[in-house]
Design a protein around this ligand. Structure first.
Ligand code: PLP
Length: 401
């Protein structure tokens, strides 16, 4: 009989969204006529841009012709045409990348979760609290020690390092899911200094960089001097271009990033990850990479920006509601998430139930992202405009009563 990885038994029994789905299903069973508005799961709702559809069609047609058919991609790290488009995009922010520092993947979640394979189980992992659950779960699966950097009201839900505490791996996410907060360049510099002092590596999740509106907020950690020797960056087209169902993202591992193995040899993180991926990953489909490259064209940028602007206006509608009601919140400006304090000192699950049962609006209880999320709540701006307006009307009515 095989033994199992018993660390899996220590994971939270119910993943946050499964819990939510259960409650929503029970509510709908009791109230089949309720006009439910979903503002919980962070999935996009607008279709992908026409340039991407066209590029994907063209890619699919090429696959049906002997001369242009493609089997396995040689490197498995993405076609040069897409990596070049990504490198050019980084150049806008003053970051120069060589193509071998970019690896195309099937979305950021896979790499966020799998990157732990190349690090020892004895690493101390620092995660901000609250955080995107993948960072915690993927490390718990390997039994690693996790310590938390508190994101809370005092620091605007942008945790900063405590230099008296040591960590080996650090997860940062900006713009943040769930809190919508962002790090300034100065704040990121402090994290880079902390990583260097601890010879640690920052795993930087930039999945929401396309939502940044303030010009001085960094889109990439590599905008910070020195970050190339201590950071890996993960990004995704899921939210940028509506690719949640297409599946395409990319990870940047600078060639300068190395660690020292126990025998004293210098090991390249990029090579180690390349070795891992070479054994376990065969690349992203050609038509999807064609569609992804279209995102970075001039017309692609224009078309995706239209969708982002739509979500940003939804975020503004939600933010204005919070302002009107005098509710404290973060996010909304550089992020599709609004993270607000539950009224009347309710716990986040109490407020979830209240919203579901009184106004049939589904959000995400902050507690599901970590202990500092208790008493806080996340709404997403990825919904339909009219439904967002309707939800906010119901929300105001509920709280004004
Ligand atoms: N990182 C963060 C912070 C996210 O919120 C998500 C998705 O919601 C992802 C990564 C993963 O996105 P994907 O796997 O679709 O690229």
């Amino acid at each position: 009989m095989p033994t199992i990885n018993e660390n899996f038994l220590k994971l939270e029994k119910n993943y946050l969204f499964i819990n939510i789905a259960k409650k929503v299903n029970a509510f709908l069973k009791e109230n089949p006529d309720a006009k439910l508005i979903r503002m919980g799961i962070g999935d996009v709702t607008l279709p992908i841009a026409p340039v991407c559809v066209e590029a994907m069609k063209k890619g699919a047609e090429e696959m049906g012709v002997k001369e242009t058919f493609k089997g396995y991609e040689d490197s498995g790290t993405g076609y040069d045409f897409l990596k070049q488009a990504i490198a050019d995009y980084y150049q806008r922010y003053g970051v120069t990348l060589s193509l071998d520092e970019i690896r195309v993947n099937d979305g950021a979640k896979s790499d966020c979760g799998n990157i732990v394979d190349i690090f020892g189980d004895d690493n101390i992992v620092m995660v901000t609290d609250p955080a995107y659950p993948v960072y915690v779960d993927s490390n718990k699966m390997n039994g690693r020690t996790i310590i938390y950097a508190d994101s809370n009201e005092e620091n605007g839900f942008a945790a900063m390092p405590d230099f008296s505490v040591h960590a080996d791996l650090i997860y940062l996410c900006s713009p943040n899911n769930p809190t919508g907060s962002v790090y300034t360049k100065e704040q990121l510099k402090v994290w880079v200094d902390y990583a260097k002092q601890n010879q640690a590596i920052i795993i930087y999740d930039a999945a929401y960089e396309a939502f940044i509106t303030q010009p001085d907020i960094p889109h990439s950690i590599f905008e910070v001097e020195g970050a190339k020797t201590c950071a890996i960056e993960m990004c995704s087209l899921s939210k940028t271009a509506g690719f949640t169902g297409m599946r395409c993202g990319y990870t940047v591992i600078p060639n300068e990033l190395t660690v020292t193995a126990s025998d004293g040899t210098t090991v390249s993180i990029s090579q180690l990850w390349g070795r891992r991926q070479g054994s376990k990953f065969n690349g992203v489909s050609y038509p999807v990479q064609c569609a992804a490259a279209a995102v970075f064209t001039e017309e692609g940028r224009k078309q995706i920006q239209k969708n982002i602007a739509y979500y940003q206006e939804n975020a503004a509608i939600i933010s204005r509601t919070m302002d009107e009601l005098g509710i404290k919140y973060t996010g909304g400006i550089n992020s599709p998430y609004i993270w607000f304090q539950c009224p009347n000192q309710m716990s986040s699950w109490e407020f979830f139930d209240e919203m579901l049962h009184k106004i049939a609006v589904v959000g995400t209880p902050g507690e599901g992202f970590g202990k500092n999320g208790d008493g806080w709540f996340r709404l997403t701006a990825f919904g339909d405009r009219d439904l967002t307006i309707e939800a906010m009307e119901r929300f105001k009515n509920m709280l004004k009563k």
